[in-house]
Every structure is written in C-alpha cells, then in structure tokens.
Design a protein around this ligand. Structure first.
Ligand SMILES: [Zn+2]
Ligand SMILES: [Zn+2]
Length: 135
C-alpha cells in the first residue's frame, strides 16, 4: 500500500474521467448476484478507500446511480457506455478496479459472497489461457 499516490481512471467511451489521490485500503471480488448482474461477469471487483479523495476530470453529468430498492446496493455508471464508475458509499470511496487506467500495487484481499457464485465459476485457474482472441 502506497502512502500517497495519484490514480486515474475512465469509462469505456471516455466521457467520464477521474483522478484519485490517496491510498487504497481494501479490494474485494464480490460474487453476489447483484454484483454479477451489474458487472455482467463472474464478480464485481471493487477497491475501497476511506482516505482517498476523488476528482472528476470530465463527464460528471454523464453519471447515473441505480439503487436496488430496499437495499444498500447501488451502482454508478456512465449513461453513454454503461461502464461502472466510482461512487461514495458512506465514508468509503468505491472504485471499480476495471475502470482504472493506472497500475496499482494493491492485490485483491478476498473473494466474498462466494456462496452466490455462478455454477460455472469454479476452478477457473484450470481453464486454458490464450494471449489474444481464440483462433
Ligand atoms: Zn462512458
Ligand atoms: Zn456483491
């Protein structure tokens, strides 16, 4: 964990750009059904910080936040491309790891909500790896 660092990120279409100053503290891969729906993938990958500050460099007016009714689950995204973007959660800043453009030195702390894993989400390290697209 670095003492102080600046990290940048953006959405898929580039409308939303942001900069984060300060350290990341926690990094979770969440397999709950809401994170799977929201990400369209096996799990959410979110980094958390209670100290970092967020500055929007562009596109703040393109951000919408969807809240799952009667829950604390919310997802902020770019209205142009649907990419997940950072959001405040109480005293924590939550940053979708896949939106980062900078290299980071934090590794995931844990897979969480593993009882909700997709049935195909097991032993993925055994799946063949291909450098580019499949031939
Ligand atoms: Zn976008
Ligand atoms: Zn989740």
């Amino acid at each position: 964990m670095t003492a102080t660092s600046e990290t940048t990120g953006s959405c898929l279409c580039g409308a939303v750009r942001y900069q984060i100053t300060g350290p990341f503290e926690r990094f979770f891969l969440c397999h709950c059904s809401r994170c799977r729906k929201g990400s369209g993938s096996a799990h959410g990958a979110n980094i958390f910080s209670s100290q970092a500050t967020l500055a929007w460099l562009s596109g703040e007016d393109s951000i919408r936040t969807y809240r799952v009714p009667e829950s604390r689950h919310a997802r902020s995204f770019c209205v142009e491309c649907g990419s997940g973007v950072p959001q405040a959660k109480g005293n924590w800043l939550m940053v979708p790891a896949g939106s980062l453009d900078s290299a980071i030195d934090i590794r995931p702390d844990a897979h969480i909500c593993c009882s909700s894993r997709a049935e195909w989400d097991a032993h993925l390290e055994d799946v063949p790896s291909v450098d580019g697209m499949p031939g």
